[in-house]
Ligand binder design. Structure first.
Ligand SMILES: Nc1ncnc2c1ncn2[C@@H]1O[C@H](COP(=O)(O)OP(=O)(O)OP(=O)(O)O)[C@@H](O)[C@H]1O
Length: 734
């Protein structure tokens, strides 16, 4: 196999089999310089011709607009050359006071938001709750009266469209990062840290969310078309934005700003740390990544961003608690390796020894759900609360509110007892039942606290729940399972690249349904790489049953370009950002449309072009593959490739694939493709049945050993000795 030629393309051979990290990634298509991090620039005609916006900073709101062709207008051109983007500290200190803040009028906001396919909707809040109640009452009445269903449906649809329009809002967009300092008054150091990362143009999600999250009152000052209740205490927020669109810094910037602002307001010293924000992410890899991003943004601000560890002790309020309820919330399905003891430099031991020591100094905590819930409910008969937390951030919120993590996430939310705690939720996909759950919970919390519910505002960037528009998609059919391995090898082989479209260039990720399949594929592929090109060290496998330290090492080797092919499960499907990943192979078909979006979104980050997502499907997958094909078709539609020869999904294929029944979709999401399961209980988890069985056996062995110990204690030392002597005798006799 000539895989060496493909895998070593663009990479200088290192005789010691230790490739140069930089060389390994800089020449790869999706790792190149960022072309533009924004995905959408639609020309949008002005609704009003009364206003004119000039780009020289001398905005004249009163002049009549003479040109409605918005395609020439570049709202996002830097207002100053890049060198001027970060004024000196002294200038920055002065800046907000000197400058008169100019806000865009609602029509201008609307145009900018529309040209970037950004849609804000108020999902709940005082006005909305009343409206929804009224609506549902009148709807019920109407439904009774109307017998003609078709007619009712049409009217309902029209009404919904009308109401949707009413619920839409058009807050101020962030036209440049410079505005963070000048209009939204973020600290000079935070502004400098953003600039130091080389971000010049805000992505769509940043452009839309940052004003609203930093200063809601300013952002909504000109938003007149929808009545919004007072937003001075902040808003609850839900953002659905494409993978790789920069959601992480979008929630971190307001979190850091919030800590700094309150610190200044309360006259606290910079070394007085109060836990004010909690970021929850579903996997440890993602949580560590968020910590790294947070620390880069917090340099020089004194804000401490800390990763939750098992041994970390937080400043918490202790109340008498319903232990059993909290215990129940510890899901058995979650990542078992979280239970492992990990080294901790930040905090203290929990329990008796730890309680005596002062709590860790944390401003922003990043955690996976279970580990924090364990801390909150870790003391018998006691519940720990986090009353100082003002901001709860759920990254990959749809999965955190999915049944696997829901109870744990809710447990954390309940522990954040401050009356003003704001909730922000982030993901590339969001099911409507998650939105319904959130609105219900927010109303419930407001009622319990006897407070006015705050508005829950949803932002959708592009199309909700779909589309990874900036990469190439490929859908490859192989009749049988063994055929897939052959097809994967052919895809890697240069000779067949002509038939297979763009060759798969390293580094790339390969996703399987279960851990045992990931391990098996790893065993198959690792010998495909010749020794001269690095051999088996080039192929690695990462899954949730590996120890923490092994997972971190593999991540570092992959990020460094040392590992070219990383075989993994859905543990790496969400959130993890490898800037230089050129491709994603769905060796096993993703079990939902959302899973496809997240897996494919590991390539083509921040608007990079050149990423490829290849999905194999077999006869077994045909009943389920339509959801994936629909996402690919939507992505190609957005990219303008629909119906072209290069499109992965042609209309005939979409028509031919069977529709997936709702119940089948649910089953597939929970169990995966049946034929790929190795038996065992039906649970959605990155753990294989084999692994669950192993854990079950281990648990049984521990239980049996405890039983024997108990028995020995009950029997007393004399009988114990006699038993031992008896066993020894048998041994000797044998
Ligand atoms: N304004 C920007 N300009 C250029 N790059 C940016 C900008 N904002 C963020 N990035 C970079 O984009 C990449 C993706 O960001 P991030 O991981 O936050 O995406 P995400 O939206 O959270 O994706 P996912 O849905 O997969 O979790 C990161 O490498 C980040 O540094």
């Amino acid at each position: 196999m000539d895989i060496l030629k493909v895998l070593s393309r663009g990479i200088k051979h290192n005789p010691k089999n230790k490739p140069q990290a930089a060389g390994a990634t800089t020449q790869l298509p999706s790792a190149g310089a960022l072309p533009h991090p924004q995905l959408f620039h639609d020309p949008v005609a002005s609704r009003s011709k009364k206003r004119k916006r000039r780009r020289d900073g001398q905005e004249d709101r009163e002049e009549a607009q003479d040109d409605t062709d918005m395609s020439d207008v570049d709202y996002f051109a830097p207002k100053k050359p890049a060198t001027e983007a970060v004024p000196t500290d002294a200038e920055q200190e002065e800046a907000p006071k000197k400058r008169k803040i100019k806000l865009l009028d609602e029509d201008e906001c609307r145009q900018i938001l529309r040209s970037h396919r950004l849609k804000f909707t108020i999902l709940s809040g005082p006005r909305q709750v009343e409206a929804d109640e009224e609506e549902s009452a009148s709807e019920k009445k109407k439904k009774k009266q109307k017998k003609d269903k078709k007619d009712a449906d049409t009217k309902e649809k029209e009404k919904k469209e009308k109401d949707d329009h009413k619920k839409q809002i058009f807050p101020q967009p962030l036209t440049s990062f410079g505005e963070l300092r000048h209009t939204y008054d973020v600290s000079p150091q935070l502004a400098a840290n953003i600039s130091a990362q080389g971000f010049r143009v805000p992505t769509e999600v940043q452009l839309a969310s940052l004003p609203l999250l930093l200063r809601p009152a300013t952002a909504l000052k000109k938003a007149k078309s929808a009545e919004i209740p007072s937003a001075t205490n902040g808003v609850d927020f839900l953002a659905v934005a494409p993978t790789g669109s920069g959601k992480t810094i979008t929630f971190l910037i307001p979190a850091i700003d919030g800590v700094l602002r309150r610190r200044a307001e309360e006259g606290r010293e910079s070394d007085a740390h109060v836990l004010e924000a909690v970021v929850v992410a579903p996997t440890r890899e993602l949580a560590s990544q968020i910590v790294n991003e947070g620390r880069k943004l917090a340099i020089g601000t004194g804000v401490r961003v800390v990763l939750m560890k098992r041994t970390l002790r937080l400043a918490a309020e202790e109340v008498k608690g319903d232990q059993t309820k909290e215990e129940e919330e510890k899901s058995e399905d979650e990542d078992a390796s979280e239970d492992e003891e990990s080294e901790d430099s930040e905090g203290e031991k929990t329990g008796k020894e730890g309680d005596a020591k002062p709590p860790a100094r944390v401003d922003i905590l990043v955690t996976t759900p279970k580990i924090l819930l364990n801390f909150l409910s870790g003391k018998p008969g006691v519940r720990r609360l986090l009353p100082t937390v003002r901001s709860l951030i759920l990254d990959e919120a749809d999965v955190l509110l999915d049944p696997i993590f829901r109870k744990q996430t809710m447990g954390i939310w309940r522990a954040c007892t401050h009356s003003d705690v704001s909730l922000t939720c982030w993901s590339a996909t969001m099911a409507s039942n998650v939105e319904a759950l959130l609105t219900k919970q927010l109303d419930k919390r407001a009622k319990q606290a006897d407070a006015t519910p705050r508005p829950l505002i949803r932002l959708v960037v592009g199309l909700k729940d779909t589309a990874v528009p900036n990469i190439t998609h490929k859908l490859i059919y192989t009749a049988t399972e063994p055929g897939k391995l052959l097809a994967l090898r052919q895809l890697l082989h240069p000779a067949s690249s002509a038939d297979s479209g763009p060759p798969l260039r390293p580094p790339f990720l390969v996703f399987t349904q279960t851990i045992d399949r990931a391990q098996a594929l790893h065993n198959e592929l690792k010998y495909d790489i010749p020794l001269e090109a690095g051999g088996s060290a080039r192929v690695a496998v990462l899954h949730s049953s590996l120890p923490d330290s092994a997972r971190s090492k593999i991540m570092a080797r992959f990020r460094g370009g040392e590992v070219w092919v990383l075989i993994t499960t859905d543990v790496l499907a969400r959130g993890v950002d490898f800037a230089g990943v050129n491709g994603v192979v769905n060796y096993d078909v993703p079990t939902s449309a959302a899973a496809y979006v997240h897996r494919a979104g590991r390539t083509g980050r921040a608007g990079r072009e050149g990423g490829v997502a290849v999905t194999f499907y077999t006869k077994d997958d045909i009943p389920f593959v339509k959801s994936v094909a629909n996402v690919i078709a939507a992505s190609e539609r957005q990219a303008g490739k629909e119906g072209t020869e290069g499109a992965a999904v042609q209309k005939w294929l979409l028509d031919a694939l069977p529709k997936v029944a709702k119940e089948d979709k649910r089953k597939l999401k929970v169990r995966g493709v049946e034929s790929r399961r190795s038996g065992g209980k039906a649970t959605i988890t990155t753990k294989s049945a084999w692994e669950r069985r192993r854990e079950h056996n281990k648990a049984q062995a521990i239980e049996a050993s405890k039983r024997r110990k108990r028995q020995r204690r009950e029997e007393g030392p004399a009988q114990g000795e006699a038993r031992k002597a008896g066993r020894g005798g048998v041994g000797r006799a044998g």
